[in-house]
Design a protein around this ligand. Structure first.
Ligand code: ASP
Ligand code: MG
Length: 409
């Protein structure tokens, strides 16, 4: 009978330095000696990726993306080699590979490439020899042999894609935190670790700023039904399983609360109230790759209306330039911005089948005299834009209103 294969990914402070690498090696060897085949994915040591990007900035404000990928991919090459040595020190066979060596084929979009295919043969061959295979996270290669990277946090994607390609039994993501929590424990002290969460909820939470896993990696995990266990590399305690929704999960209305503070609100005043105006504004933003999040258009009075939307702060300068030029062209008024906002969201697949969730959130905020400036909803999510100054207090209030610190039935 074939042995079960587990993909283990180590990132964050679990690979901060060589001492930590030795601890990772012990954990891998332990798994191997329990009778599993193990394929390991590691990210770069500590802040290596940021340090490499800083080097590039010292040379150029606008470096070619191909060369950025060439540069960033070196980070993971260091950590895989060190981990292979550390495992050999413990008496097990190990071999490290770059993404290109194990045939992780991507498209050519440098710094944010998509995985197209993985040729798993090389890995299977090495595993069959009894070796622990260690693969550099975050990187791949195009069909024309150009080195690419998969976007920040991309080692998660490498791990999930490998788990799929190798038909692994489980993809374990080892990180700095104990798992996925009902809210950020630094803001909500009685936040609780969830024992399980669905892909859909995790996808929303990752996109809403819960920094546990790269959002794209969850998307791929959902698509191919790869079971994920997010857990701490510093303890042996169970973390959070991310899987397809179980019936029990749907009985819980809200699973978590998230808070995003990196968005800004832009308002275009007095937009003429006629067809095609919104289309022009948002078409031009999209063409410049500005990702617009929430959009609100007020009721028109006297033939004109205000249009407000939110964008990531990083995109604000570009957004303003575009919004001002469109506003002028279509005969709208002034463009104003507001960086004092925060987005508070609740997420839960139970929201599909329960009513009164929005009312409960609004009431809790109103009791605290927190004003709601914008609202957006999806099937399993409800977001409110509020003043940033009230955001953390509001998060604690909402966490309490939905009873999230209590154990699930
Ligand atoms: N080293 C890369 C980054 O910092 C990839 C990763 O950590 O997953 O984004
Ligand atoms: Mg990193």
């Amino acid at each position: 009978m074939a042995r079960s294969l587990i993909v283990q990914k180590f990132g964050g402070s679990s690979v901060a330095n060589t001492e930590r690498i030795k601890q990772v090696a012990q954990r891998v060897v332990q798994t191997k000696r329990q009778g599993h085949d193990v394929v390991v994915v590691v990210s770069a040591l500590g802040d290596t990726t940021d340090e490499l990007l800083e080097l590039a900035r010292q040379i150029s404000q606008n470096p070619p993306e191909r060369e950025l990928d060439m540069l960033m991919a070196t980070g993971e090459q260091v950590s895989v080699a060190l981990l292979a040595m550390a495992i050999e020190e413990l008496g097990e066979d190990a071999i490290s590979f770059t993404g290109s060596q194990v045939g992780i084929i991507t498209d050519g979009r440098h710094t944010k490439a998509k995985v197209i295919d993985i040729n798993a043969k090389r890995i299977h061959d090495e595993v069959a020899k009894g070796r622990v295979v260690i693969v550099a996270g975050f990187q791949g290669m195009t069909m024309s042999q150009e080195i690419t990277t998969l976007g920040r946090g991309g080692s998660d994607l490498t791990a999930v894609a490998l788990a799929k390609a190798l038909s692994a039994e489980l993809c374990e993501i080892f990180t700095d935190v104990e798992g996925v929590f009902t809210a950020d424990p630094r803001i909500v002290p009685n936040a609780r670790k969830l024992s399980a969460i669905s892909y859909d909820e995790m996808l929303e939470m990752a996109s809403l700023g819960a920094q546990v896993m790269q959002a794209r990696s969850i998307f791929v995990a959902k698509r191919f039904n790869v079971p994920i266990h997010v857990r701490s590399s510093f303890s042996s305690r169970e973390g959070t399983m991310i899987t397809q929704a179980a019936k029990a999960m749907e009985d819980v209305v809200v699973s978590g609360v998230t808070l995003q503070k990196d968005e800004a609100k832009v308002t275009i005043q007095d937009v003429p109230d006629k067809p095609g105006m919104a289309a022009q504004i948002f078409r031009e933003l999209a063409e410049k790759d500005v990702n617009v999040d929430m959009i609100v258009q007020n009721v028109s009075r006297e033939g004109a209306t205000d249009v407000s939307f939110t964008v990531i702060k990083h995109d604000l300068p570009a957004t303003l330039r575009i919004a001002r030029s469109v506003a002028q062209r279509i005969g709208a008024g002034e463009v104003t911005t507001d960086e004092g906002i925060a987005k508070l969201s609740i997420v839960g697949i139970g929201m599909r089948s329960h009513s009164g969730v929005a009312a409960k959130m609004f009431e809790a905020l109103s009791r605290e005299r927190v004003n709601i400036e914008m609202i957006s909803t999806s099937e399993i999510k409800l977001s409110c834009v509020i003043r940033k100054a009230h955001a953390e207090r509001a998060m604690r209030v909402i966490h309490k209103a939905f009873g999230l610190s209590k154990r699930r039935a």
